[in-house]
Design a binder for this molecule. Structure first.
Ligand SMILES: Nc1nc2c(c(=O)[nH]1)N[C@H]1C(S)=C(S)[C@@H](COP(=O)(O)O)O[C@H]1N2
Ligand SMILES: [Mo]
Length: 255
């Protein structure tokens, strides 16, 4: 909700912009209820346009079943050697949990069964890797927005950091990624546990990977262990917001 003082300022500014009020005569507004109503509908229109039309909420293209790639290429880590991950995989991920923590009201700790029991979204999208290949796949998972709503985002939260189970290269940090809250709460941002109607294979990030559909493939972190809401990316890796970002890639990798 827009606080009344901000709303009043908005309406007054809108009235002045439209030439309906001299700037000095702000209180004129209360004397003209018809004007308040007119501007309030303009405000609703603006909010709708921002939410549904502007590029930051735009949907990535979705494809049909016939477009799905026969083989979806696997890239980066495809079979993590990390001992704690191996143990979870050997137990069929029964002991695996996803932590949602950081700047949230109520931290969550969810099993795969709990995630599978939640409302899901299925989408057929194209994955573009920075290395120059693309594949189309059908992903099913839980919208991250729903989980963040359940956890309750604190007002200071600005980014979602994805913590992964794999170490890409011997002796390196574990893979991690991050996005702004616009992408974290975007309707196509899902925590996927299925690819093409089958449980997510290890090569593609089992048991759970995020899909960030409007950015390049390296943002779609596999082998998720935790999602942390933060107000700064400074404390992770080299501070650039991701494993590859720390090695020179763009943080906002828009397609
Ligand atoms: N945890 C983790 N996530 C990752 C990677 C990785 O090595 N480790 N590689 C990234 C890159 S560069 C790409 S292109 C995609 C590959 O996903 P895929 O194996 O399902 O094709 O995962 C991304 N997410
Ligand atoms: Mo990639």
């Amino acid at each position: 909700m827009i606080p009344p003082s901000d709303r009043r300022r908005f309406l007054t500014r809108a009235a002045a912009t439209l030439g309906l009020l001299p700037l000095a005569g702000c209180d004129e507004l209360s004397a003209r209820p018809w004007l308040t109503r007119l501007l309030a509908s303009a405000e609703r229109l603006t909010h709708w346009a921002q939410r549904d039309l502007l590029p930051h909420r735009a949907l990535a293209r979705e494809y049909s079943e016939a477009d799905v790639s026969l083989v979806f290429k696997a890239n980066g880590s495809t079979n993590p050697r990390d001992p704690d991950y191996r143990r979870l995989a050997e137990g069929n991920f029964v002991d695996w949990r996803l932590d949602i923590r950081g700047l949230v009201e109520t931290p969550l700790r969810l099993s795969l069964d709990q995630l599978r029991a939640m409302p899901s979204r299925t989408q057929i999208t194209r994955h573009d890797c920075v290395e120059g290949w693309s594949c189309i796949g059908k992903w099913t998972g839980v919208p991250l927005a729903a989980l963040l709503a359940q956890a309750g985002m604190r007002p200071q939260a600005r980014y979602a950091v994805f913590h992964c189970a794999d170490t890409l290269e011997e002796g390196e940090d574990r893979y991690y990624e991050s996005v702004g809250l616009d992408d974290a709460t975007h309707p196509q941002t899902i925590l996927a546990y299925e690819l093409n109607g089958a449980p997510l294979p290890i090569a593609h990030g089992a048991p759970l990977r995020v899909r960030i559909e409007r950015q390049l493939g390296y943002k779609s972190a596999k082998y998720l262990m935790a999602i942390e809401l933060v107000d700064s990316l400074a404390g992770f890796g080299a501070g650039k917001g991701g494993f590859w970002e720390d090695r020179g890639y763009e943080w906002y990798a828009g397609i």
